[in-house]
Write a protein that binds this ligand. Structure first.
Ligand SMILES: Nc1nc2c(c(=O)[nH]1)N[C@H]1C(S)=C(S)[C@@H](COP(=O)(O)O)O[C@H]1N2
Ligand SMILES: [Mo]
Length: 410
């Protein structure tokens, strides 16, 4: 539902009529509605419905919901444990039968529109497990704090997505030789409810768009994508900031330049080209910032929960996952002596490229007392996680410091 306000901020007559129709009754004191006020019945749905009760709410306008690390213990993240990152409001009514995806843009040889049926019937379907991690995951670990959601480490999931390859669709439309980038558009509603504004419209270079694992997906873990995760269609691009995985996908433009949609500007999803001092103000221009691409190497401990209390003499089983953007993880090590010595863990191969890898090990804690378990992953290029927060940056992105949990033997 669209709400139009007049110049002074009062609901327009047309909007009031539409509201009355939608409610099936009149708002009795409509003339007393405060300026720019939208009646509560039109509040967004509850994003926590169907979510695990232990999920952490970062905000509800827009909805941003984080997963505590111990809930990420499953090999494939179940829907009720998937974090939510919304920049706007979810579409109010989704008419699946009439949902379409349009491919256009300067570097598109034609403009084509597909229904969901077209996508499902005309193209081969693929299923991949893909890591989607918010670029700002770990932001709360930076000092000083930056603006943006103060995520712990739980803005990440690795679910199993089903759809068609973006490259099959792009090739069906025809990609001109001068293509540089793709940009997505989604049907979510801007927080201002201004229909001309988009909350987010990002993209990736054409080479990433053309990778086998880049999907236009309609299912996750074998079911329809839940409404807060992009129902009925979304882009899923593993290994890169999850902000490139456009939800409620309605169109993709093939661009002859870097896409210039919402959240492609300023320092959004960008890192300074040169190190900056914590808290330093940096001009938000391309001279100083570059767009984040592949995410850095990272690992989490999903069992046990931090704060676990053990009885003496028991061997502690430990497990979690590790991932490294576009590349694989080569090894995972843990330390129980604050990094003085490290012990190599068992590491599984990924289900497919861009899926996270499971690690596990067992440790003996020598005597009663307090311990910390630290975990550190190293990627295929030999790059390891830093022990403490890496380079501070104005957007608070890419904090891949080693995860630590506290355990006690009593
Ligand atoms: N249309 C649309 N797509 C979007 C967003 C959004 O607000 N609108 N948020 C992005 C961001 S910043 C992230 S981290 C992921 C989160 O995906 P999830 O909510 O399914 O976990 O979706 C991305 N895709
Ligand atoms: Mo994000």
């Amino acid at each position: 539902m669209k709400f139009a306000f007049d110049r002074r901020g009062f609901l327009k007559k047309t909007s009031l009529a539409a509201i009355t129709a939608a409610l099936g009754s009149e708002i009795v004191f409509a003339d007393k509605l405060p300026r720019n006020y939208i009646p509560l019945v039109f509040d967004e749905k509850d994003a926590l419905k169907g979510k695990n009760p232990d999920m952490i709410v970062q905000g509800d306008k827009p909805w941003n919901v984080e997963t505590p690390l111990y809930l990420l213990d499953d090999k494939v993240t179940p829907i009720d444990k998937m974090f939510i990152r919304n920049n706007g409001l979810i579409p109010e009514k989704v008419d699946v039968k009439n949902w379409t995806l349009t491919i256009d843009g300067e570097s598109s040889k034609s403009t084509k529109t597909y229904t969901l049926e077209d996508l499902k019937k005309r193209f081969k379907t693929y299923t991949y497990q893909l890591v989607l991690e918010c670029g700002g995951n770990g932001r709360s670990g930076f000092q000083p704090q930056t603006s943006g959601n103060a995520w712990g480490q739980g803005a990440v999931h690795c679910a199993q997505w089903t759809g068609v390859r973006l490259k099959d669709i792009l090739n069906d439309v025809g990609v001109k030789s001068d293509a540089v980038y793709i940009g997505y558009h989604g049907k979510d509603i801007h927080l201002s409810r201004d229909p001309k504004k988009e909350s987010i419209s990002r993209g990736v270079p054409i080479a990433k768009a053309m990778e086998d694992e880049t999907l236009i997906a309609w299912a996750v873990n074998g079911k329809d994508i839940p409404e807060f995760h992009g129902y009925p269609l979304r882009l899923v691009i593993g290994g890169w900031p999850a902000s490139v995985s456009g939800k409620w996908l309605s169109s993709i433009s093939i661009r002859n330049k870097v896409h210039d949609g919402a959240k492609m500007d300023g320092h959004s999803y960008k890192m300074p080209k040169n190190p900056v001092a914590p808290g330093q103000d940096v001009p938000q221009t391309d001279e100083y910032f570059k767009i984040i691409e592949s995410m850095p190497v990272k690992s989490i401990i999903t069992y046990p929960k931090t704060g676990a209390v053990l009885t003496p003499g028991t061997e502690l089983p430990l497990r979690g996952h590790a991932w490294a953007g576009d590349v694989a993880v080569k090894s995972v090590d843990i330390s129980i002596d604050f990094g003085a010595t490290w012990q190599n863990c068992k590491l599984e191969t990924p289900a497919n490229r861009l899926a996270w890898q499971h690690w596990n090990t067992k440790v003996k804690l020598p005597q009663k007392g307090y311990y910390e378990v630290w975990v550190r992953a190293t990627d295929a290029k030999g790059v390891s996680q830093p022990m403490i927060s890496p380079a501070w940056n104005p957007g608070g992105y890419l904090n891949n410091a080693c995860e630590r949990i506290a355990v006690k033997v009593e």
